[in-house]
Design a binder for this molecule. Structure first.
Ligand SMILES: [Zn+2]
Length: 144
C-alpha cells in the first residue's frame, strides 16, 4: 500500500516568498496565525536565530526550540524601496528595516501606516503579525 505523502504548504500563506515554500520551520506560519512572531533557539549552545533556523550553524545541532520575539527592538537601519525583487513589484513602495533586539536582529518591513517622517534610526519598534486581505499573513514593524 502506497503511503500518501503529505505536503506542508503553510509558507504559501506568507505571501510572495523568494525561497522554498517547504522548510523545516513551517511552524513559523502557524505561530504568526496565533499572533506570535517567533525565532528559534539552539538548545545546545543557546544561539538564537531570526528568521528561524532548524539547524544551528554554530554547533551543528538540530535540537532547537521556538522563542517569541517580545518587547521592542531598536531600529538599526531602513530603506525605502523604489524597485523590488521579482514577485514583490506590486507592494511598492515599501520600506525594509532591521531591528536590534540585543541578542538577535529581526529583518522585515515597516508597517505601511508608519509615517515616513516619524521613522528615525534608534527608535523603538515592535514586530507583529500582519494578516493580509487575501488571507495570507506576514509580519511588520510598528512604532512601539
Ligand atoms: Zn547550537
Amino acid at each position: 500500500m502506497a503511503e500518501k505523502k503529505e505536503v506542508d504548504a503553510r509558507f504559501k500563506k506568507f505571501g510572495t516568498v523568494s525561497f522554498t515554500s517547504l522548510t523545516k520551520t513551517n511552524d513559523f506560519i502557524t505561530k504568526l496565525e496565533e499572533g506570535k512572531v517567533e525565532g528559534t533557539k539552539c538548545k545546545v549552545c543557546g544561539m538564537v536565530f531570526f528568521p528561524p533556523r532548524a539547524d544551528c550553524y554554530k554547533c551543528l545541532s538540530s535540537d532547537m526550540e521556538w522563542f517569541t520575539v517580545t518587547g521592542t527592538g531598536k531600529l538599526v537601519t531602513y530603506s525605502k524601496l523604489q524597485y523590488a525583487p521579482v514577485g514583490f513589484e506590486g507592494d511598492l513602495p515599501y520600506s525594509i528595516a532591521l531591528l536590534d533586539y540585543g541578542t538577535y536582529k529581526v529583518f522585515g518591513r515597516l508597517a505601511a501606516d508608519v509615517p515616513e517622517a516619524d521613522v528615525k534610526v534608534g527608535m523603538a519598534m515592535k514586530a507583529a503579525p500582519n494578516p493580509l486581505p487575501n488571507g495570507q499573513i506576514n509580519y511588520v514593524f510598528h512604532k512601539a
